[in-house]
Ligand binder design. Structure first.
Ligand code: AMP
Length: 287
């Protein structure tokens, strides 16, 4: 088994990355907030398969949490995470402290306009500005050739692809499929917040997405009725609270699709709360 180097200092991380690049090696990078599940590990496996060296960052980024969000109680388990990575061919874990990345006097933020405003952006103001900023910083520190993100956070992935292209970052932003539990629930570090009853209720999200996606694919529901279709199913579960959004969107622009003459791919996306836990999920449908 390989020994993973745990690096805390951004300067040391960059020095290591430069050594690799000088040797002509490609660097795969998986940015995470830790508390690993199989979704995270699928990104790591893809990185180790496609690159000479792989770096995983573990950093719960304060800049992407709102004042009333779960920054403090977000699960943290560095030792457990390192254990899960040991079987994989990861070279370096980069795990800085908040003050290493946001020292006093920090003033600079990256904002991807438009794409950051709808969907989760409406309910989490400033969230994607925090995400785009930390990912830019991590890209500048880790100097990756390719970076891996999950489709689970579809809007985030679209924002980061756009950011990399708009800012001429010479990095391939690769989006990997959603990994699900056996009952269909998309894996998430936040699933651990739910009790048994809530966890059971949460399967309604996958059931709603699957049902509406099949109906759209078979022409049994017009695209403009997707939101009603999703909401009807979601509301059949009494523990579902606060459906923040549930509808069909253009997978490129993330604009809600209200017309029926759509061809090609449609994004179905949902965000809701079960108890205090906010859950998101999505599915791409070919019409
Ligand atoms: P996080 O630690 O939640 O910031 O997630 C780190 C990366 O893992 C992000 O690119 C997520 O989109 C991705 N990810 C989270 N959950 C899943 C999942 N169930 N399947 C695939 N990728 C995921």
């Amino acid at each position: 088994m390989k020994k993973i180097e745990v690096v805390r200092s951004p300067k040391v991380m960059t020095a290591l990355a430069k050594e690799c690049l000088q040797e002509g090696l490609t660097i795969g990078f998986v940015p995470t907030m830790g508390a690993f599940h199989k979704g995270h590990l699928s990104l790591v496996k893809r990185s180790t398969a496609e690159n000479d060296v792989s770096v995983v960052s573990i950093f719960v980024n304060p800049a992407q949490f709102g004042p009333s969000e779960d920054f403090k109680r977000y699960p943290r388990d560095l030792e457990g995470d390192l254990e899960k990575l040991r079987e994989l061919k990861v070279d370096t874990v980069f795990s800085p402290e908040p003050e290493d990345l946001y020292p006093g006097g920090y003033l600079t933020y990256v904002n991807v306009e438009g794409l950051s405003e709808g969907l989760c952006g409406t309910f989490r103001p400033g969230h994607f500005r925090g995400v785009a900023t930390i990912v830019t910083k991590l890209f500048n520190i880790v100097l990756p050739t390719r970076a891996y993100f999950g489709q689970k956070d579809y809007q985030q992935a679209r924002i980061l692809q756009t950011m990399a292209s708009d800012l001429n970052m010479d990095i391939d932003v690769i989006v990997c499929p959603i990994v699900r539990e056996e009952d269909g629930l998309a894996m998430s570090s936040r699933n651990a917040y739910m009790d048994e009853e809530e966890r059971r209720a949460a399967t309604i999200i996958y059931r709603a997405l699957t049902k509406i996606s099949n109906m759209l694919a078979h022409g049994e529901l017009p695209v403009s009725r997707s939101s009603d279709g999703l909401r009807n199913i979601l509301l059949s579960e009494p523990l579902v609270d606060d459906i923040q959004y549930a509808s069909a969107y253009d997978p490129e622009t993330l604009e809600e699709l209200k017309q029926d003459d759509c061809t090609g791919e449609v994004l179905l996306a949902v965000a809701l709360k079960i108890g205090r836990t906010r859950l998101i999920d999505n599915m791409i449908v070919k019409i």
